[in-house]
Design a protein around this ligand. Structure first.
Ligand SMILES: [Fe+2]
Ligand SMILES: [Fe+2]
Length: 294
């Protein structure tokens, strides 16, 4: 991957932000009626697709499940966006705000702030519960957002951004999917493409300069984040919305070969890049495998 000078990249990203940004409060028609016969995500991306449980659901229940699943994934994104905003704020606090690189960090915080509101409003509009991460995940996030920095901050951002990007990019083009989901995804995909570039280039710049201990720590934290994100991507309570016991639904999804394949597909660009940066590989790779991301 070719990498520009840090400030040149940031200047370009700032210009692109001016030309291609959205204000979801205005750019989404929140009062538009929902379509009766459309899906929350493409049905083959449901975590239960192809299982016996899926087979037993009616068509309408399947559609309902996918509406809850799109909101669950957005809630995982929102959880991480709040973590990332706090880490980027601390990053900017220590640096010269005249630099484009720091002005872009501030721009990214502003993007994530609008995204979090957008995901919350989408969930409200679909009439879906708040699928907040479970207590342990919530507390791990609290620790990470308080102390996370350096390579693990950029790698963590990439994990969430690239997995969501794969899922959202596909579903924004799918005509079986609700227009609300498609518009939310289009906005997110457009603005996140810049965040991905910012984080990827920064990792390429900083990884050659970290020492062995720092690299080992970043490699471990990256694997832990990937594991937590993958295991929590679909909140287990979504299954209750279609009368399936959450523990039973969760077990079926985790064992579903189709869902495992989807997880690996979602990480297909992320993993080779992080491997090049030595953030994937070695003993921690077992966590990536357990998360079905490799
Ligand atoms: Fe975002
Ligand atoms: Fe982002």
């Amino acid at each position: 991957m070719s990498v520009r000078d840090r400030e040149a990249t940031a200047a370009r990203l700032l210009r692109s932000s001016l030309d291609h940004s959205y204000e979801p409060a205005i750019d989404i028609d929140w009062d538009a009626p929902l379509a009766e016969d459309l899906w929350g995500i493409p049905q083959h991306r449901s975590s239960l697709y192809g299982t016996a449980l899926w087979h037993d659901l009616t068509e309408e229940q399947r559609r309902t499940l996918t509406i809850h699943e799109v909101c669950a994934v957005a809630r995982m994104g929102l959880w991480f966006e709040i973590i990332l905003m706090q880490m980027l704020l601390r990053y900017a606090y220590d640096r010269d705000p005249r630099r484009p690189h720091i002005q872009y960090a501030l721009t990214e915080i502003a993007d994530e702030c609008r995204h979090s509101i957008m995901f919350a409003k989408m969930t409200e509009r679909y009439g879906v519960p708040d699928y907040a991460p479970r207590v342990r995940t919530h507390q791990l996030g609290r620790l990470f957002k308080t102390i996370g920095a350096g390579p693990a901050m950029f790698a963590g951002a990439l994990i969430v951004e690239e997995i969501l990007d794969q899922l959202q990019r596909e579903s924004m083009r799918d005509e079986t999917v609700q227009p609300l989901t498609r518009m939310v995804n289009k906005i997110h995909v457009t603005e996140e493409a810049r965040h991905v570039r910012y984080a990827r280039e920064e990792l390429v710049r900083i990884m050659p300069r970290v020492n062995a201990a720092e690299r080992a720590l970043a490699n471990y934290l990256t694997a832990r984040i990937a594991y937590v994100v993958a295991k929590n991507l679909i909140h287990r309570d979504v299954y209750a919305a279609v009368g399936i016991d959450p523990a039973v639904g969760h077990r079926a999804a985790q064992a579903n070969p189709h869902h495992r394949e989807m997880m690996r597909w979602s990480a297909r660009k992320l993993v080779p890049f992080l491997r090049e940066q030595k953030l994937v590989g070695g003993p921690t790779e077992v966590l990536w495998r357990k998360a079905h991301l490799i």
